[in-house]
Design a protein around this ligand. Structure first.
Ligand SMILES: Nc1ncnc2c1ncn2[C@@H]1O[C@H](COP(=O)(O)OP(=O)(O)OP(=O)(O)O)[C@@H](O)[C@H]1O
Ligand SMILES: [Mg+2]
Length: 257
């Protein structure tokens, strides 16, 4: 297995608040890892540290075996140029899709390819159309975001991230802001990506997705990984009271027998 992301002893504090307290995590090529945890446990902070939207306070992140930043006096030092390049290799999709309203769907999926990767317009357009096809929105290419449903907008955001040919995709509660009837189509797209072998680190409260799609589930509690393992084990037979309580809070979800 090729290791895509390796996180070692990651700490992150905001002033006196220590949010991440020593996280170790690897994500292998083609693996889907789901990160669960209650509100405030540090899930978003962890994802943001993986693509260096937040700089870790301590610890290391490697991508494809390459250490990000350089060691200096026992700590890590990061250069903005290196981080910019790194971010193009990591696709990130958030709860709020932030599409450009004045651009068509096609324009939105082309934009980063042209401005960041320097692709020619025809090349970017080809790629954009392929990715829109992949998320089932080929027929919406000429539409403006305002005329799409929330689920469709979120799939455009996924296509936009995929168009950059990322090594890994990070998803942060991408279905949380959607009307319940639109959640399924986005989860289906994500499941399809997982089946195609995309490497994914997914924060979600959709336990059904975790159960059926994840190779591994992690439970983050107060800044540390309290439990991890195969979904069938972690979700059905958790070891800690915390994890059990968390799952009980999601009682709408019925696990298959
Ligand atoms: N930029 C910041 N400055 C100060 N505190 C922050 C910052 N970002 C996050 N925090 C704090 O860090 C803690 C963890 O936040 P984080 O957003 O990572 O949690 P989360 O697990 O993603 O929660 P949620 O499920 O609500 O999205 C919270 O107490 C939050 O207030
Ligand atoms: Mg969050």
């Amino acid at each position: 297995m090729t290791e895509i992301v390796r996180i070692e002893n990651l700490h992150k504090s905001f002033g006196p608040l220590e949010v991440l307290k020593g996280i170790d995590l690897t994500v292998d090529s083609g693996e889907t890892v789901v990160l669960l945890g209650s509100s405030g446990s540090g899930k978003s902070t962890l994802l943001r540290c993986v693509n260096f939207m937040e700089t870790p306070s301590e610890g290391q992140v490697s991508l494809h075996g390459e250490l990000v930043g350089s060691e200096n006096n026992g700590g890590m030092q990061y250069r903005e140029r290196e981080l910019c390049k790194l971010r193009t290799r990591i696709g990130m999709v958030f709860q709020h899709f932030n599409l450009f309203p004045h651009m068509t769907v096609l324009g939105n999926v082309m934009e980063g390819q042209v401005t960041v990767l320097g692709r020619s317009k025809p090349e970017a357009e080809d790629k954009a159309r392929q990715q829109l096809e992949r998320v089932g929105l080929a027929d919406k290419a000429e539409e403006y975001p305002a005329r799409l449903s929330g689920g469709q907008k979120q799939r455009v955001a996924i296509a936009r991230a995929l168009a950059m040919d990322p090594d890994v995709m990070l998803f942060d509660e991408v279905t949380s802001a959607l009307d319940p009837e639109l959640v399924g189509e986005v989860l289906k797209t994500m499941r399809q990506l997982a089946e195609e072998g995309m490497t994914m680190l997914v924060v979600t409260h959709e336990l059904g997705f975790a159960y059926h799609v994840a190779n591994r589930v992690l439970f983050l509690h107060e800044g540390t990984i309290l439990e991890q393992g195969e979904p069938q084990k972690v979700l059905k037979d958790p070891e800690t009271t915390r994890m059990r309580e968390f799952l009980e809070g999601h009682s709408l979800f019925k696990l298959p027998d």
